[in-house]
Each structure stands twice: as C-alpha cells, then as structure tokens.
Design a protein around this ligand. Sequence first.
Ligand SMILES: [Zn+2]
Length: 465
Amino acid sequence: MRAFVSENHTDLLSDLDAWLRIPGISAQPEHHEAVHRSAAWLADAFGRTGFPTVEIWPTAGLPSVYAEWPAEDSSEQTPTVLVYGHHDVQPVDPIELWNTDPFEPTVDGPVLRARGASDDKGQLLFHLLGLRAHLAATNRSSPAVNLKFLIEGEEESGSPNFERLLAERADRLNSDVVVITDTGMIAEDIPSAVTGMRGLVVATVNFHGPDLDLHSGSFGGAVPNPATAIARLAAALHDEAGRVQIPGYYDDVLELRADEKQLIAQVPFDEAEFLKTSKSRALSGEVGFSTLERLGARPTAEVNGIGGGYQGDGGKTIVPSDAFVKLSFRLVADQHPAKIRAAVETFVAVHKPDGISHTIEWEGEGVSPCVVGIDTPAFTALSRAISTAFDADVVLPVREGGSGPEAAIAQAIGAPLVFLGVGLPDDQIHAPNEKVTLSMLYKGAEAAGHLWQELATLGKLGLKG
Ligand SMILES: [Zn+2]
C-alpha cells in the first residue's frame, strides 16, 4: 500500500492542482457556474479511477456527485460503505491577506496552499489514490467492500438541500457504515480520529413588561422589570459549579466511559496556549471536567447576547417595556434537540415573573449531536487502518466541540459513522492561506486503502458487533 502511494503520489498532486483551480464557492452566486464545473471535474475523476457508476445529482441548489463501485465478488457479508464529503469551498475574503492566489495552487515545501486544499478537496482526493492503492495491494479489480461516495456541493452554505437529497435518494444510499472525510487530526505525529460532534439549538427569549417604558420614579419598585427578569433568567441557567440548571437537561447525556476519559487525557493539550488563543483571561466551566472534556463531551448553555431598555448615552430613568436574551445550547449524545427545546421552554415559563409575557423564537429545529463509540467494530476497524498507515500504537479519540450535518447523515442512512480525516489544526480552513500537509494526504490514502480491507474482513455481521 505504502509503495503504491509513494510511487503514484504525483497523480494526486496533479489532480489536486487541476481541481483547486476551480473556484467553487457555493455561498457566492457569481461562482455557482464554477461549483457545477467542480462537480463535473469530480465526476470525471471518479470515472478515471474506475467507478462504473458516476452520477451528478441535481438539487434545488447546487449539485452533489455520486459514485458507486460494488465489490465484484460481493456476498451477503460484504459491507456497503458510504463516504461523505463536499466539493464546494469557502469564500476567500479577505483576499488581501492571502500570500498567494487562492485558486493558483502553490506547493511550499511540505504543504500545498489553495482554497479547498484541506477543506475538503485534498481530503477527498486522497481517497482516489487510496482506492487505487487498495486494488493494487490486494490484487483486486474492484474494492473489497461495496463503495459509495456522496459528495455535496453546498456544505459551506449550510447544506440547505442535503437532508431532502438524502431522503429522495435513500434507496441508492443504503449502507452499513458511513465514513466522513472533512475532519482532522491533532498533529502530524499524533494520529487521532474524531469520535463526536456536538449538536445545537439556538433561541431568542423576549420578555415584555409594561406596554411602554415607564417613569422609574412614578412606577419603579412597584411593577416587574423585564430587564431584571431576563438577567435573572440568564443567571439561573448555571449553578456555582457551572452545571446547567434546566430540569432534565442532562437526562440523556452519555457519560464518558473511563477508558475514553483516559485516552482523552493523553491528547496533548496546552492550556496556556489555549488560553492565549482564546484571548480570554481565565478558563471556567463545569466543575469535574477537563477543558477538552468540557469542549467535546459536555453540553453547554451559552448567553450569546442580552439587552433591553435604554442603550444610549447617559442615564434614562425608566422601567423598560422589553428585554431579550439570545441563547444557544451545544448538545452531546444522546441529547435530542426537540427534548431540549421543550425543557428550555418550561424553564423560561417557570422563571418568568407574574406580569411579564414572553415569546421564544427558535432558529430552526436544531442540529443533533453524534458520537462514535470507541468500542464499536467500525471504530476499531478505522483505528487499525489509521494505526497501520501511521505506524502508531494508539489512535486518540477527539470530541469536536462544533456541530455539522454528520448526525443527520447517520440518522438518514441508519448506519454507524466514523471519521477519517487528516486535516491539521493549522490548516487555516475557512481563512486566508489555507494549506494541506502533503504527507498527511499520503498517509490518509494509505489509511483509506487499509480501511476497506479492515471493513471487508469484519463483514456485515461483524460491523453490527
Ligand atoms: Zn468547511
């Protein structure tokens, strides 16, 4: 596998060079034609690699690319694997901070710079080289698993048509395991894999008191003040130990197992450096958990904004009519957005004093969290594939603090997911001077090649555990 990858890595480089020149920015209508070209380029690349079925799937917005390559010797036990990624890229602003043209890929020693180099074009193209290596190393003319790729064209614009696409194409996407590509590792020499992403619900709570701002001399002290009430609501969200006080909030939280806690503790983490990056002057959070655990494995309740009443210069002696607080809740497995929304609504109703009316505006239905059990067969297979490619004894689990469509994919497909990504924390994705470290792509290719073999060996039954 390694020999094939190193003998052929120039193919990966020349493909990357060609694809990265296409400025497929999904957020900007003037680049939508390029997103279509990006889809066509990728479809062609799948075809050249040998995929017998390649289709461009239109949506109400920008197209996804679908490719399928069944194992020729497929049996009842051969697992079907769906790889998810995206072919669109982020905007390049502020362009003046780029040292090179974002769409003129530039190799600079060990790295390649261009918009999309890491997120997600590099991470997709290593799969094509990895698949060829897998065929060469195992002397096969088709993969050892039934392989499917679904590559979205609107991920960087919030995937507005993706869930519908998943539903419409459910019969084609049916799989036993999902492999997510657009994630990363802790460092070049610390192989790791994402094992969770947080979910999210976002709300604005409005408190309405008197129907107009009142004179604080004539009325203050005798009527409820919505600004005071909203501040009390915000303050009531946590206790002294940083624990969220919404009844039932932690009911469905999957507690970290002792072995995962131990592995997370092995993740090198420089608290001083983190503090520096945060530009905060102190760390705080739920007592009893490390910073990494707080970020990845614990849910939050965050006040994103708060206001009401007079905001201008000087004083204004009123009892304001209105006040608001903007809240967001990062969720962890197995919390459910709908249940959390209901719990928050009850909490607000209970904390709202008499004489104040309220409304709650939710931003959509929310995003579900997801978690990969480190003892599941799929993660074990991934872990072995990464270990082999990186010559490592252990693959550290990383819980991502952020949220994405991954849980929706797993739910729609009804299969476990794993994350195989080789981006690095300093790739500057979504920022000027995005780069990818080439050696990481080559190791990613090796890991992908090993993964198909590992999953085939496991078989469908083995995958179920
Ligand atoms: Zn991105």
